[in-house]
Design a protein around this ligand. Sequence first.
Ligand SMILES: Cc1cc2nc3c(=O)[nH]c(=O)nc-3n(C[C@H](O)[C@H](O)[C@H](O)COP(=O)(O)OP(=O)(O)OC[C@H]3O[C@@H](n4cnc5c(N)ncnc54)[C@H](O)[C@@H]3O)c2cc1C
Length: 377
Amino acid sequence: VAPASLDVAGSPGSPGRLIETDALVIGAGPVGLWQVFQLGLQGISAQVIDALPVPGGQCAQLYADKPIYDIPGLPVCSGRELVDRLLQQTRPIAPVFHLGQTVATLQAQDDGRFAVTTSTGQQWLARCVFIAAGVGAFLPRPLNLPEAERHQGRQLFYQAPPTGLAGQQVVVVGGDDAALQAVITLATLAAPARPASVLLLHRRAALDAEPALLQQWQALLSQGSARFEVGQIVALESSAAPGAPLVALQVVGADGAQRRLPVDSLLVLLGLSPKLGPVAQWGLALQRRQLLVDAAHFETSTPGIYAVGDVVSYPGKKKLILCGFHEATMAAFAALQRLRPDEPTLLQYTTTSTRLQQRLGVVADTTPATAEPGPGD
Ligand SMILES: Cc1cc2nc3c(=O)[nH]c(=O)nc-3n(C[C@H](O)[C@H](O)[C@H](O)COP(=O)(O)OP(=O)(O)OC[C@H]3O[C@@H](n4cnc5c(N)ncnc54)[C@H](O)[C@@H]3O)c2cc1C
């Protein structure tokens, strides 16, 4: 999925003005993307927020290259292909994506709208909110050592290589595509930006990465441009003084022996794990850490806040993409009633409705919008 093809706003670290919107979708997994499409069919434009830098949720993060066989009308497609197709389908709706930021707070306001803030400080006021948060925000798996937090952001990083590592001793922890890609990027940077040394540290000798990356990695090893150690970090070494820098790692190898690895910067790429986190703190009724919804409107315990996909609970709920698509469709109809109570909620077919086809950009929008006959007419 090429994020460049999206209308992306609100880059991390640069909070913009307050954004007012009719509909805010939290989560750009398959169900969040379908929610955007269904809202668009109803003539409601949406803003979409996701903690990840790319859309697709579990499909993109957990099984991008594995096959899915139970999407109606698509006998087989990979997780990545499904996300690509959903993005293509939402394109005419022109949603605005705000990626790489986690929704932290969601609060009802006196005027009936909802105030939302994200980890970057961006703020929204939305008339309706759709929570499609799946199993939670995918966040980097942290290094499980008490002293890790105080080095984070200065010498310890959980994301792709930060700049400014020239001449440093860099240790990359991990054994998957992301870890290998980071090593390759760092080791092949042109001088003078290149670190003095790049070492890959993984808990076992076998790496789990794409053949093309493994090939590049082998070439770097044989040229001596990168090094490899098998082991696990058991302690971060720095002097006791407050704010003292990280100077070395204590590592236990496969042989059980402990040794010291000097380090200037540590890049920990141990994969992503989902965290329901903030969703559970928004005062919405929960059942076994899922949001309780009614199965007709997919509204949570707070009117105006809808929830769809893996994050919800109702009698008979199945955590399947198809079920999430149904839920999002129903939620869009329910939201229309809330946003435009005076308009009749008509069921129209994309096959025969000129209005829907105009919204999808397949026929020119030349007529003033008027109520249309139902699907049978
Ligand atoms: C290995 C595997 C194989 C599967 N195969 C199938 C299959 O064959 N068929 C099928 O139907 N289903 C399958 N599933 C299940 C399917 O992937 C899920 O049902 C589906 O992904 C749910 O979609 P969703 O949009 O609700 O949630 P997700 O895909 O989990 O997406 C949720 C998104 O919300 C974001 N998010 C969460 N909290 C926040 C927050 N606070 N702020 C910002 N963003 C947030 C997350 O970063 C994530 O991108 C499979 C699952 C797995 C793990």
